[in-house]
Design a protein around this ligand. Structure first.
Ligand code: GCW
Length: 713
């Protein structure tokens, strides 16, 4: 099993130091993990570990001189014995560390509190000191030190307080227990089988899950849904007969601060319970869900809750009973409420059986049309989970307007780490920059409130302060039982970046990539770092440049399950029509004035900006407007020449990566080198196919010659 970003060598700087861990009286299993990590590191690298138990007496500042690194929990609600700057403290020894804070740091901690996940890191008295609010914060602080390598111990660093942006940082697995005849073991999985299931059941050997839990805990990911949102027959039973197995999985996540969730079927009262209905207003249905939740919590007391895809792509839902999504979500919320569980209800609802002749039906509008009117009707343990764009994880989409339209609903944004539409882990496509842009997009309150702030419950003009608004950040995972976890070894960087950006969406994604390179290839020749930046920094934009142009999306092959070009693959189909190219022009008119009206779902200034051809950003032009091929972009180029040039230039870029990577032979592990080389060859082949099909298609449609004279077929 590949160690991903936690190879032993990444622990060398910490492992060669004298480390004191004071996990506090409520350390629990997560505190145990911190101690184990340090123990393993010092055993491998020659340092020492001292565990300071609550009864061991008082540590004073002199103790700092005996250690290079101190990791201490500061607060325990159960054992308050004093306070510093208004923070209750469990025991006198941690006072020592907190009093070392500068007055302004102390004020920051005092105002915001030092909650479970938060840690303060400082350098003082020759030691590096991490003081955390709880065991999870201590784990996150430990890995913060690991990520800094030697820098954690040399020179002066300012004191920093770190806390996660959003309370829930989740990964969803689209893993099936049974191999699905069309979708396989893992729906949209490109990394082999499931780490959870094989042979129609939960695996006996879950050692990979344990290793995965450790990887996630190191990033601060704290929630995992372990089965596909398309809940088929066998998978539905995880909620009932399968609970003992779910508990085995939860036991492996728990020591890393990760709570387990299940995707459930809205029809479960019928399919599992034998009832005649799943109507959310039916008393027997309500009782069935309450009993189901009681059983879950009797088996798994810290169970997270349910993820639900309802009335979407054929999944059952409340519509069958004339009820709406709030009725449906609240049904499950009420069953979970006594136990503190949460429902993640997905907003990915659209008509997948539409008549392509009907030009007013627009898939992009669907989530808003269904959900915005329900704002304020969801219970406070419901989180509405919204894909970042209005369509479906395309390489380029505008941000979903739903995220600005529901100030009285807890919202989570959903990203896709698995590369369904971004090269299926055959192509290098580093998605950190896409997520950074999406999470940092100033969607609400006159372009002052970002998506990350909305889902984190940061108050704004349209959403006055209230705890209710914090939802979270979720994403579809990209791992499987593949040797490198992710099929393409470089796709590990996407999982890493997701975790880091879910913790702090404002982090520079190239800096995150650099951090990943340093951890994954410790002590490597500097050429490795340089080449990986060459291949990966802009790979999202490169992928965009050889696939569907200017935000129009899709153009993928339905038969090869969304892989490879097929410009008309979805055109005039029941799933929707996506580009409307004809001899005169291309793009979808989503304006209010003449189109589907989608642009009007945005708050100002976005609705006007997208509505107007003159201000619509180039990269989204064809998503919002149908234009003639000769339309001149803001870049100064015509649409058609842009399509011709960028497709060809991008293939030149990808082709150059092959030699750049070949030069690393011998500088990275052989098997990893070979795997990446094999995938790069496929990327060049596939990108070339995209280039030639798209360029040729648009030449034949438009009749406009390519000014560059490069080949067209
Ligand atoms: O992106 C699409 C996928 C489906 C998926 C669906 C969803 C799990 O093609 O495979 O189903 O989205 O998000 O529910």
């Amino acid at each position: 099993m590949h160690p991903a970003w936690l190879p032993d060598a990444a622990f060398a700087p910490l492992g060669s130091r004298r480390v004191l861990v004071a996990p506090g009286p409520d350390a629990g299993e997560v505190g145990g993990t911190v101690v184990d990590e340090v123990r393993r590191a010092v055993a491998a690298h020659g340092g020492s570990l001292t565990v300071h138990a609550p009864g061991d007496g008082v540590l004073d500042t002199a103790a700092l001189h005996a250690y290079d690194l101190v990791l201490a929990v500061a607060r325990s609600a159960a054992h308050p014995t004093g306070s510093v700057a208004g923070i209750p403290l469990p025991s006198t020894e941690v006072d020592v560390f907190l009093t070392l804070l500068t007055p302004s740091d102390a004020a920051d901690v005092a105002t915001t509190g030092l909650d479970e996940d938060t840690f303060v890191r400082m350098q003082t008295g020759g030691a590096t000191v991490v003081v955390a609010g709880g065991a999870t914060g201590l784990l996150y602080g430990l890995h913060d030190v690991v990520r800094s390598g030697q820098d954690a111990f040399v020179g002066d660093r300012p004191t920093t307080t770190s806390r996660p942006a959003a309370p829930v940082r989740m990964l969803d697995h689209w893993d099936n227990v049974d191999v699905h005849p069309v979708m396989g073991q893992v729906e949209r999985g490109y990394a082999g089988g499931s780490i959870f299931y094989a042979d129609g059941r939960v695996r006996d050997d879950l050692s990979r899950v344990a290793a995965y839990a450790r990887l996630l805990g190191s990033l601060g990911v704290n929630a995992v849904a372990i089965n596909n949102v398309n809940v088929h027959r066998t998978e539905a039973r995880l909620l009932t007969d399968g609970l003992a197995d779910v508990a085995r999985i939860a036991d492996l996540f728990r020591p890393h601060g990760v709570r387990t969730y299940l995707s459930v079927s809205f029809a479960a009262p019928m399919t599992l319970g034998g009832l005649g209905t799943s109507d959310p207003l039916d008393a027997d249905v309500q009782a069935w869900w309450a009993a189901a939740a009681d059983r879950v919590y009797a088996t798994i007391p810290d169970f997270g809750g349910f993820v639900v895809k309802a009335d979407s792509e054929g999944q059952p839902g409340p519509f069958a009973y004339g009820r709406d999504h709030a009725d449906g979500a609240n049904l499950l919320a009420q069953a979970l409420r006594p136990h503190g569980g949460t429902v993640f209800w997905r907003a990915f609802v659209y008509n997948h059986e539409q008549d392509w002749r009907d030009r007013r039906t627009d898939r992009a509008r669907a989530a808003y049309d269904h959900f915005a009117p329900l704002d304020g009707r969801f219970d406070d343990n419901v989180v509405l989970q919204v894909k970042y764009g209005p369509m479906d994880f395309q390489v380029r989409e505008p941000i979903s307007p739903v995220l600005a339209a529901m100030p009285r609903t807890r919202l989570a944004v959903e990203l896709q780490v698995t590369q369904e539409y971004t090269g299926q882990q055959q192509h290098v496509c580093y998605l950190g920059p896409l997520w950074h842009e999406a999470l940092g997009f100033p969607l609400a309150d006159d372009a002052t409130r970002t998506v990350a702030q909305v889902v984190s419950g940061v108050p704004g003009a349209s959403a006055p302060a209230r705890d209710l608004t914090a939802g979270g950040i979720t994403a579809v995972s990209n791992v499987g039982d593949d040797e490198f976890w992710t099929g393409h070894p470089l796709a590990q960087a996407n999982l890493y970046a997701y975790g880091r950006l879910a913790w702090d969406p404002t982090t520079d994604p190239v800096a995150v990539l650099d951090e990943w390179i340093g951890l994954t290839f410790p002590d490597a020749d500097p050429r490795v770092r340089g080449t990986l930046h060459t291949l990966m920094d802009d790979s999202w934009l490169t992928y965009e440049a050889y696939t569907a142009p200017l935000g129009v999306g899709f153009m993928v092959d339905p038969l090869r399950r969304h892989y490879g070009p097929n410009v008309d693959g979805y055109e005039y189909s029941k799933w929707g029509t996506y580009h409307f190219a004809d001899r005169d022009g291309v793009g979808v008119d989503r304006t209010v004035a003449t189109g589907t009206g989608y642009a009007g779902q945005y708050p100002p200034p976005w609705r006007d900006l997208y509505e107007d051809l003159a201000t619509c950003p180039d990269e989204l032009l064809l998503f919002f407007h149908h234009v003639p091929y000769g339309h001149v972009l803001r870049s100064g180029q015509t649409v058609i020449q842009h399509v011709y040039d960028t497709r060809a230039d991008a293939v030149d870029v990808v082709t150059a990566w092959v030699d750049a990577w070949a030069a690393l032979d011998g500088l990275v592990p052989d098997r990893l080198h070979a795997r990446v080389a094999e995938r790069l060859a496929e990327q060049v082949r596939s990108a070339t196919e995209w280039r030639d099909q798209v360029r040729t298609y648009f030449f034949r449609k438009s009749g406009v010659p390519d000014a560059s004279d490069r080949p067209i077929y």
